[in-house]
Design a binder for this molecule. Sequence first.
Ligand SMILES: Cc1cc2nc3c(=O)[nH]c(=O)nc-3n(C[C@H](O)[C@H](O)[C@H](O)COP(=O)(O)OP(=O)(O)OC[C@H]3O[C@@H](n4cnc5c(N)ncnc54)[C@H](O)[C@@H]3O)c2cc1C
Length: 477
Amino acid sequence: MITKTVDVAIIGAGSAGLNARREVEKAGGSWVLIESGDYGTTCARVGCMPSKLLIAAADAAHQIVEAEIFGINAKQVTIDDQAVLSRVRNERKRFVGFVVEDTEALPKEHRLIGRARFTGPTTLQVDNHTRVESNSIVIATGSSPVIPAPYDKIREHILINDDVFMLESLPKNIAVIGTGIIGLELGMALDRLGVDVALIGRSNKIGPFTDPAVQWSVADILGSRLDFRLSTTVDQADVVPGGIALGWNDANGNRQAQTFEKVLVAAGRRPNIFDMNLEAAGVQLGNGTVLDWNPQTTQIGGLPVFLAGDASGHRLLLHEASDEGRIAGSNGMAYPNVLSHVRRTPLAIAFTDPQMAVFGKTYAELDPTATAIGEINYANQGRARVMGQNAGLVRLYADRQCCRLIGGEMFGPRVEHTAHLMAWATQQQMAIPEILKMPFYHPVIEEGIRTALRDLTEKLKVTGDCRCEDLAEAPGT
Ligand SMILES: Cc1cc2nc3c(=O)[nH]c(=O)nc-3n(C[C@H](O)[C@H](O)[C@H](O)COP(=O)(O)OP(=O)(O)OC[C@H]3O[C@@H](n4cnc5c(N)ncnc54)[C@H](O)[C@@H]3O)c2cc1C
């Protein structure tokens, strides 16, 4: 057994861990980076990038089919599924290759391959070959798909997101279990690539939204385009000739059964923190996550242990993992003089069609008495109609006190872009009249956002610039 002594030990060479390492090095510290799986990060290997590659192919196919509304008939569209999947794999290989190359360029003596387990607050054991002693430890171990019953017993027969990108050909039909962002993105892409997709959800919720009006719009628009089986709890999954037979009771209590060639389980993700003997470090676990974790410092309690990225269970997104990695790395070095970092305005996007985005405060987090809501229904928005993408509802939230934009739930054309503008305005603490002073070109999707902002102005009964510190200009009720 070798012993390594360093300033900061980092567990996990994903996006969070790599960013943590960079901060430690910047501060002149010594480090080890411990990885139990393949280099390349979840985002590049089985997450953000390959899913967007699949969606890009699906969107290309869809645009050809949809061209009919413009009077353009492209007859006999054929999808070469093997070519589609081959491009996904090749491009993915390219993205992963860059990360692997960078990671393998790090000095070998600082990289440990193996599974890390805590033996104390500042000591780790990596497999059976290395003992690590450090001043502090960064846990950046990512997350894994939750495989609920009854799929757990047939684990080797079901697909998770990782497996989709390894397929050589597409199935004729598939059941996608889960109607969250991952299930929707992959389910919708497969549907557009000619797979017969059933999207099965335990609740009646589709996507990330908490605003009932937006949820209704999603159910209305996507419900007519995709085969959803909502409020459906599958309690039986058996491997049968030709696929997997699922069984469930429908909303009327009638027994239903259907056999699918493939089943993709996208029922949420769980932090990878449960088999690391965290108890030895004095870390307490509860509600599927670490207790007493501070998102501004990434520190767990007062311990020399920092938690970053998906492993925190906080916001399972790439940019959040990178930020948390940076905070954890710099605080790991600075321990015990840990600093609080201001976090960015939350922003999450789903690459569905229409796209989905949530920024700032969600509807569920609002104080209804202190909030005004403005909205735009994209059904009749000029540019959206021009493009034949006139569907969706965007709701923006402002606080009545300072008439500042505080959040929104967005379902509509190209909200991946407009959500950025809104998140930036929220982080800049811009009041609604200030945002409306910005230039808006014509005809663009952003004009729809202006409609929602104007709606907010009316609801707020705003006069003047409506700055919070200027009481004479404060809005009425
Ligand atoms: C299908 C899909 C699509 C996604 N799309 C998007 C998107 O469009 N935009 C977006 O922002 N986010 C997206 N995400 C989320 C994003 O990929 C993650 O938030 C991000 O990759 C998390 O990075 P991380 O560093 O926390 O974890 P990872 O990159 O998973 O790194 C964790 C590493 O720790 C290692 N490890 C685990 N346990 C141990 C141990 N005990 N010892 C040593 N090593 C260990 C693992 O092998 C892994 O390499 C998507 C995710 C999925 C699954």
